[in-house]
Design a protein around this ligand. Structure first.
Ligand code: SAM
Ligand code: CA
Length: 247
């Protein structure tokens, strides 16, 4: 059994599914990272949430433990205090964020589904960080529009993590670039989209992978030429593109 209670075969299969094999030389190498540097240092509440989430039918959506570790360190490095997350699911990346923020740190967390957030909520509460989270149920775009209209949220966010509907990422970007501080970061998740960004036209792709692929390709192109940001696309998880607002 692997440390998270799954068999190694199951884990290896899932890693392949989210494209790690195409990012690293082998599943064994990814397993090595997890077992050497990630699982032994994973905070107990994150481990508990990962194990609870592993039993949920949509567990493929969760942030991987190595990406959670990366986000947690990144937030500490930039001294993030005021943050936002679009796409919560059961809350693994949310908890990684909440644990990294100071006691008076804040996270505006949005998801169309509150039920899944409630799976993780007791663990987040037990970890003593729930007071940092303002969860809003519903689509994120109207909330962002309202914030833009209000005016008082412009340039106020240190960090924004976007991990939701990929066909809206460019719509989010249009608004988030106003809401993030100059010098702040937006992280767009899944920008390698299961490795499909380099799949040949006749490749056999799952329906949802094929559908969202064009949106991810379009986003990647747009971010690469956006003069308002500096970018760094990392092969962590399913690919994360960090955008630092410069103007
Ligand atoms: N960050 C999460 C984690 O660490 O487990 C994973 C998020 S999951 C990949 C994507 C989430 O986006 C789903 O929970 C889904 O309900 C949510 N979502 C989809 N469309 C949305 C929308 N328009 N606004 C807000 N959330 C949305
Ligand atoms: Ca993701």
């Amino acid at each position: 059994m692997a440390t998270n209670g799954e068999t190694k075969e199951n884990q290896a299969g899932r890693h392949q599914e989210v494209g790690h094999k195409s990012l690293l030389q082998s599943d064994a190498l990814y397993q090595y990272i997890l077992e050497t540097s990630v699982y032994p240092r994973e905070p107990a509440p994150m481990k508990e949430l990962r194990e609870v989430t592993a039993k949920h039918p949509w567990n493929i959506m969760t942030t991987s433990a190595d990406e959670g570790q990366f986000l947690n360190m990144l937030l500490k490095l930039i001294n993030a205090k005021n943050t936002m997350e679009i796409g919560v699911y059961t809350g693994y990346s949310l908890l990684a964020t909440a644990l990294a923020l100071p006691h008076d740190g804040k996270i505006l967390a949005m998801d169309i589904n509150r039920e899944n957030y409630e799976i993780g909520l007791p663990i987040i509460q037990k970890a003593g960080v729930a007071h940092k989270i303002d969860f809003k149920e519903g689509p994120a775009l109207p909330v962002l529009d309202q914030m833009i209209e209000d005016g008082k949220y412009h340039g106020t966010y240190d960090f924004i993590f976007v991990d939701a509907d990929k066909d809206n990422y460019l719509n989010y970007h249009k608004r988030l670039i106003e809401l993030v501080k100059v010098g702040g970061l937006i992280g767009y998740d899944n920008t390698l989209w299961n490795g499909s960004v380099v799949a040949p036209p006749d490749a056999q792709l799952r329906k949802y992978v094929r559908y969202y692929r064009d949106f991810v390709l379009e986003l990647n192109k747009a971010l690469a030429v956006d003069p308002r940001i500096e970018i760094c696309q990392l092969p962590v998880g399913d690919g994360i593109t960090l955008c630092r607002r410069i103007s």
